[in-house]
Design a protein around this ligand. Structure first.
Ligand SMILES: O=c1ccn([C@@H]2O[C@H](COP(=O)(O)OP(=O)(O)O[C@H]3O[C@H](CO)[C@@H](O)[C@H](O)[C@H]3O)[C@@H](O)[C@H]2O)c(=O)[nH]1
Length: 475
């Protein structure tokens, strides 16, 4: 019998690729005879960690095949005034259609392709799938609340003449099922309607309605109102909304080297986990932020008096607490490491995040609100402080605080810089770890159980997965 296949088309970002690969693995648990093909655009994935990730996934899951698409290039006369790197990624993805077509045709020669699942950045492939008669599904890698805003984008575009950046700063934006947002909560790619990135994402949001379904990496119980509003068609007032499949929370199981977050490269137990072993239960705040505002973070942490595990990304070098101090003394306040020795641990560049979050000593997580990180904390039952940096993370903060009730907000000072003071870091860390954080701690314990229940047989994620597979007529 002809082998059946599902093709997944990822955007060139690790935070988009890993949940898609998890979807592939999940499909295999339900339908082991299936073959999964992942299309990888040629643009660079950040961090250079992609090849070890792919090698690890391929070794552990022989039914998952990765296809590296040939490079695309922009026409010589191409010019854009868009200030965003993502615009270039979106343009190059648009030019990928011939490659996607060729690869789909070649996979179809030996397989029956039941579905093409595309990242919402890869919207142009919808027409390729249609041309080949393959059902096309969107994979939305952020929250259900964010999806209400994304589906609402064409409506907002039609009903407002101004760009978001030109609206009064206190304008209230309402998307059914989600808490109200301010224009500044929406990601920078969507701020200016004359920006090419805006145009391309608006096209994606419009195309989404023509998909055969929308696959969401979320736990229904985490965002019931948003999911219900989408299902009830409230986010798309003038036409049908494709069926929604909440198959999450998909969290990397850690067989993927650096990009998977179960452990660092090699088999040795990471030093930070050994350090956590010696800390009291629920006592450590975990922060993973790069070098941005590091002095304020460090000062706030020191003043909070709490234990902490701090990941310092580029430009730090060296390994562990001491090495960072000798290699990059300017990154941290003078004498910080000595004064916090014993209650603080600094990791260079990358921590095995899922393992850290699931360690009993971890009691709080200061996150940049990337959706994978949020789901990982939910699955581990760890309460959060929401400190958004870019992309859709500012709206995620609103959703996490007001709708999901899984985080305290970190509030930036007014002004262009949006900097966070040491006093705010101290206040929020004390708050989360003290009585103020009690309600969130309890909610996280409850959600941890809900996440497990969703993934168990008969749970909401399993039911959604069964419905999805059924819609593909996979025998
Ligand atoms: O030291 C580290 C840092 C990160 N991670 C892992 O890296 C992933 C990061 O994913 P995510 O939290 O989603 O952040 P980004 O990679 O920044 O995600 C992009 O994609 C997400 C999904 O669309 C969006 O929500 C974000 O805003 C966007 O920046 C997670 O699995 C983490 O466990 C580690 O294992 N160790």
């Amino acid at each position: 019998m002809e082998e059946q296949a599902v093709v997944l088309y990822s955007a060139p970002a690790i935070g988009h690729l890993t949940p898609m690969v998890e979807l592939g693995k999940l499909l295999l648990t339900r339908q082991p005879s299936l073959s999964i093909h992942v299309l990888l655009p040629s643009q660079a994935y950040e961090g250079g960690s992609i090849s070890s990730y792919i090698a690890a996934v391929s070794a552990a899951h022989p039914s998952i095949t990765f296809h590296h698409l040939p490079p695309t290039s922009l026409p010589p006369d191409y010019s854009t005034t868009s200030p965003h790197l993502e615009t270039l990624a979106l343009e190059l993805l648009r030019l990928n259609n011939p490659n996607v077509h060729r690869t789909l045709v070649s996979i179809s020669e030996i397989h029956r392709v039941r579905a093409l699942v595309i990242d919402f950045f890869c919207t142009n492939a919808l027409s390729v799938a249609r041309g080949l008669g393959i059902p096309c599904y969107y994979f939305f890698s952020s929250s259900g609340n964010s999806l209400t805003a994304f589906l609402g984008l064409p409506v907002l575009h039609r009903t407002t003449a101004k760009s978001l950046k030109d609206l009064a700063t206190d304008t209230v934006l309402r998307f059914p099922g989600a808490p109200p947002l301010l224009p500044s909560d929406i990601g920078e790619l969507l701020q200016d309607r004359n920006d090419r990135a805006y145009e391309l994402l608006l096209e994606s949001a419009t195309n989404m309605l023509m998909a055969s379904g929308i696959i969401m990496n979320t736990l229904e119980k985490l965002e019931e109102e948003a999911v219900k509003a989408i299902r009830d068609g409230k986010c798309v007032p003038d036409g049908p909304t494709p069926p929604l499949y909440c198959i999450g929370p998909l969290v990397s199981s850690g067989d993927g080297g650096k990009a998977g977050s179960g452990g660092g490269p090699g088999n040795d137990k990471p030093e930070c986990l050994t350090w956590l072993d010696s800390q009291p239960r629920g006592s450590v705040v975990f922060l993973s932020f790069g070098s941005l505002g590091l002095k304020e973070i460090a000062t706030g942490l020191e003043r909070s008096g709490h234990r902490f595990l701090l990941v310092v990304r580029s430009p730090a070098t060296g390994k562990g607490h001491k090495a960072v101090s000798t290699a990059e003394p300017a990154l941290l306040p003078e004498g910080f490491l000595e004064r916090t020795a014993g209650r603080g641990f600094v990791v260079k560049s990358w921590a095995p995040q899922v393992a850290v979050l699931n360690h009993g000593a971890t009691g709080g997580f200061v996150t940049h609100c990337g959706w994978n990180s949020v789901l990982e904390a939910v699955c581990a039952g760890v309460p959060m402080i929401a400190w958004p940096l870019y992309a859709e993370q500012r709206q995620n903060r609103v959703f996490m605080v007001e709708a999901m009730r899984v985080a305290l907000p970190m509030e930036e000072a007014a002004g262009e810089e949006r900097s966070v003071s040491a006093a705010e870091v101290e206040r929020r860390v004390r708050g989360l770890m003290g009585p103020e954080g009690k309600a969130i701690r309890e909610r996280m314990q409850h959600l941890k159980q809900e996440a497990q229940a969703a993934l168990n047989p008969g749970g909401s994620a399993q039911v959604a997965l069964a419905e999805l597979v059924q819609s593909w007529n996979i025998a």
